[in-house]
Design a protein around this ligand. Sequence first.
Ligand SMILES: *[C@@H]1O[C@H](CO)[C@@H](O)[C@H](O)[C@H]1NC(C)=O
Ligand SMILES: *[C@@H]1O[C@H](CO)[C@@H](O)[C@H](O)[C@H]1NC(C)=O
Ligand SMILES: *[C@@H]1O[C@H](CO)[C@@H](O)[C@H](O)[C@H]1NC(C)=O
Ligand SMILES: *[C@@H]1O[C@H](CO)[C@@H](O)[C@H](O)[C@H]1NC(C)=O
Ligand SMILES: *[C@@H]1O[C@H](CO)[C@@H](O)[C@H](O)[C@H]1NC(C)=O
Ligand SMILES: *[C@@H]1O[C@H](CO)[C@@H](O)[C@H](O)[C@H]1NC(C)=O
Ligand SMILES: *[C@@H]1O[C@H](CO)[C@@H](O)[C@H](O)[C@H]1NC(C)=O
Ligand SMILES: *[C@@H]1O[C@H](CO)[C@@H](O)[C@H](O)[C@H]1NC(C)=O
Ligand SMILES: *[C@@H]1O[C@H](CO)[C@@H](O)[C@H](O)[C@H]1NC(C)=O
Length: 434
Amino acid sequence: MGDKFSLFFFLSPLLLIFSSKALHCSAAADTISAGQSLTANQTIVSKGGDFELGFFTPGKSLKHYLGIWYKKAYAQNRTVIWVANRDQPIIDLSSSELKLLENGNLVILNESKVLIWSTNSTSTASKSLELILGDDGNLVLRDRLNPSVIIWQSFDHLTDTWIPGAKLKYDKSSKRAVKLISWKNSEDPSPGLFSLELTSDSEFVIIWNRSRQYWTSGVWDGQGFSLVPEMRPRFLFNFSFQSNENESYFTYDTYNKSLLSRFVIDLSGQIKQLSWLEQTKMWNLIWSKPLKQCEVYAYCGPFGRCNNAQDSSCQCLQGFKELSLEDWNLGDPSDGCARKTPLQCGNRDSFVQMLNTKLPVNSVPFAADSAANCKSTCLNNWSCNAYAYGSTGCSLWFDALLNMQQLDNGGDELYIRFAPSEVSSSKKKQFIGL
Ligand SMILES: *[C@@H]1O[C@H](CO)[C@@H](O)[C@H](O)[C@H]1NC(C)=O
Ligand SMILES: *[C@@H]1O[C@H](CO)[C@@H](O)[C@H](O)[C@H]1NC(C)=O
Ligand SMILES: *[C@@H]1O[C@H](CO)[C@@H](O)[C@H](O)[C@H]1NC(C)=O
Ligand SMILES: *[C@@H]1O[C@H](CO)[C@@H](O)[C@H](O)[C@H]1NC(C)=O
Ligand SMILES: *[C@@H]1O[C@H](CO)[C@@H](O)[C@H](O)[C@H]1NC(C)=O
Ligand SMILES: *[C@@H]1O[C@H](CO)[C@@H](O)[C@H](O)[C@H]1NC(C)=O
Ligand SMILES: *[C@@H]1O[C@H](CO)[C@@H](O)[C@H](O)[C@H]1NC(C)=O
Ligand SMILES: *[C@@H]1O[C@H](CO)[C@@H](O)[C@H](O)[C@H]1NC(C)=O
Ligand SMILES: *[C@@H]1O[C@H](CO)[C@@H](O)[C@H](O)[C@H]1NC(C)=O
């Protein structure tokens, strides 16, 4: 009896410590307090029940991430709106955790307790710190005793999704914009090729590989953007633009708070606005830009060709094959295609004609007085991949062929260099086809 008693007194402080350190999933709390952590299968849910924070594993990936997703709006897969450790995935989830340290830092530790992600917000040490997932989908770090001061919030670190209440900002002193950056592919949230940004002129632009702009919204006239009539005030959404000496930003709201809506810079390189339809339990596309897949710069990658008329927009040029069929199947053809047969690197190579082509970018002009001269110049330089001879003279391509489009009619003729064996086999195929 006496033994049991002392054992109880020995254990109870330990039990107290352990229960205060770990969250119980069943509680479905919306808050994590200083010193607490969230482990593999635990989540917190916003008060109204729309959003959930926890670890997730996209598709068949073997990597794990901390993210926020819609709890109720579930269409076969989770729709993730925010990812913390985009390019620092967790390999082994078993004893990994999200932890709110008492020094104000929110960290993710992997199974060896190595820090792999941090909010870097160590300015305020307090036992009354809390991390709360709001009904707006914003994850906020603040002090319970002074809740109006936000120490860190996920709305300042958007991933690929813009939801009502979040701001797309341009910071005037640093001249930097908050970017939405697409996922790499449907199972990899690491930063992909496409980003949506706000410019100093208050236009939205979409940029390929952080460098090449291929779409703009046009200017904001106080009501909407000149090139996006779809964003004009309607009965569903309220867009607004604010500007002061430090920043300018766009934000939007839904008039009916129970309507779930999101903007996403998609794997396709398009910006899409969607809303949730409870009847069909699906995301309904309201609009997307650029309208056509082929308007997305270099979407099909090197030696890939975009065709708006086809169901799957990207194809490899004849004689080429997908560099990574796996990536193509995950919605990322950006690695493009490679030759099935290597070039002979000599003048035994020949050329195959491609009609109705929107020519690739990065051509080099050459002063040739005839098509034959243009062709032989290309043939005699082993790094020349293609030539075209048209109204603008002779153009040569030395690098990968990028941003090509197959048109229904019009366009130009492009001549692509092939190894001799590849040309004869394609001729055979054509013959059989006839
Ligand atoms: C769900 O995810 C799987 C694997 O990533 C994918 O094949 C499937 O198309 C997705 N379904 C929907 C509806 O997005
Ligand atoms: C934990 O993180 C460290 C540092 O990034 C890394 O070296 C280690 O491999 C990670 N462990 C696992 C299993 O991911
Ligand atoms: C999480 O849940 C899954 C399925 O319920 C289970 O297989 C797995 O062991 C759990 N992981 C941990 C770390 O508890
Ligand atoms: C925190 O700081 C590290 C090192 O400076 C940096 O790599 C990381 O991106 C920062 N984390 C966030 C969430 O900004
Ligand atoms: C994107 O740019 C980087 C650096 O500028 C370059 O190394 C990379 O190859 C580019 N990616 C593609 C798909 O072209
Ligand atoms: C539209 O949004 C702005 C700023 O978010 C807000 O001040 C205004 O009241 C909203 N208008 C309506 C009709 O909801
Ligand atoms: C702009 O930034 C300065 C310095 O941080 C601050 O004092 C001022 O209140 C800010 N102005 C607005 C409108 O937020
Ligand atoms: C708001 O949307 C919900 C769900 O779509 C609907 O049931 C409700 O009637 C709407 N409320 C108003 C005022 O339109
Ligand atoms: C092929 O063309 C490239 C680009 O114009 C040039 O740098 C290179 O020297 C040429 N090679 C030969 C063998 O002419």
